[in-house]
Design a protein around this ligand. Sequence first.
Ligand SMILES: [Mn+2]
Length: 235
Amino acid sequence: MRKLFITDIHGEHTGLMKLLEHARYEPASDQLVVGGDMVSRGPSSGEVLRELRNLAIAYPEQVIVLTGNHEEMMSWYYDGRSDMWLTHAGKGTLPSLKKAFRRESELRACTDWVGTLPLVFEDEDYVYTHAGLVPYDAPDRQDREIVWMSELDFYAYPRELILNCTQGRPIIHGHTPCEFILHDGARMNCDLGAHTYAIEASRSLALVDLTHRLYYVYNIASCQIAERTLPGPSR
Ligand SMILES: [Mn+2]
């Protein structure tokens, strides 16, 4: 069994499928954690949601999908609580959802599912979350606000405080685009900026193989996949 992680897909369905195929992903035996922000900005949010929801339903033990701030805003929109998502790339995302879920009942089932996604997942080696967590609370007792946490706030906590909170397990997360995956011993950011404000040539999506300490990088502009070694903790 491999432990795989992918985050901030942002509607990049082609890259998602190419990465899973390239890594010879086996849904029945690999563990796949999705770090949230599946939707918004990219061309195929509906297809990404459909794909990952189907996987999570078929393999509930092996496929864990977490919520990101874009899923949070999307849920608010469909629950009638807030239209904030529309001005945060939600408006451009609606056609892709309508295309992927032609029947109103299908769309409803999917948006209801999005509303149930957890904030944090833990296994014996790692703690996974979208943007970070507050190390004064246990990983399973976090406030919903953590899906919005800025990198500046999260990385202001001393490493020792984080590791004390997680009983020595690094936190695997996304939310803030970076050019390479970085690991400071307590935190590892795996968001390579798919469909974000990163410069166009570097916008990428990473599939991380935590077990074999490597990651696959799909570059959106070139459609090419490269393989990189996962950094060890830099202390
Ligand atoms: Mn985010």
